[in-house]
Design a protein around this ligand. Structure first.
Ligand SMILES: [Mg+2]
Length: 118
């Protein structure tokens, strides 16, 4: 156990601790009752953050800016799991198990991992 923001948590970098903090953020602003957990709105917010990640590339921003925008997107993705009531941690491990079995190919000079149906 460690203490983070006055609370005892398992490990600061555990999924459980991160999800708990995102839940606290949702609770602080009452997202559940103020439209903050509406799926279409959340998809738009995630697209906005993806655009900010793109801008880090196109505008040559420092890696710290990229890290912050990636964190913004991660927080939104985790919040979407809260809003839609699914277990993102389980979904992550299920998907990793799937993609670790997939083949890769070079496509236009870059590696692509996919199901390749042709
Ligand atoms: Mg951002």
């Amino acid at each position: 156990m460690i203490i983070f923001k006055g609370k005892e948590i398992m490990k600061k970098d555990s999924y459980e601790a991160m999800l708990s903090e995102v839940q606290a953020f949702h609770d602080k602003h009452d997202f559940k009752n103020t439209g903050g957990e509406e799926l279409s709105y959340r998809v738009a917010l995630m697209a906005e953050e993806l655009g900010e990640i793109s801008a880090c590339v196109t505008k040559g921003k420092p890696v710290e800016a990229l890290a912050e925008e990636c964190a913004d997107l991660l927080i939104l993705v985790m919040g979407t799991a809260i809003a839609q009531d699914f277990d993102l941690n389980q979904a992550f491990w299920d998907k990793m198990q799937k993609i670790m079995k997939r083949e890769s190919r070079m496509v236009n000079g870059r590696i692509r991992v996919s199901e390749f149906r042709d």
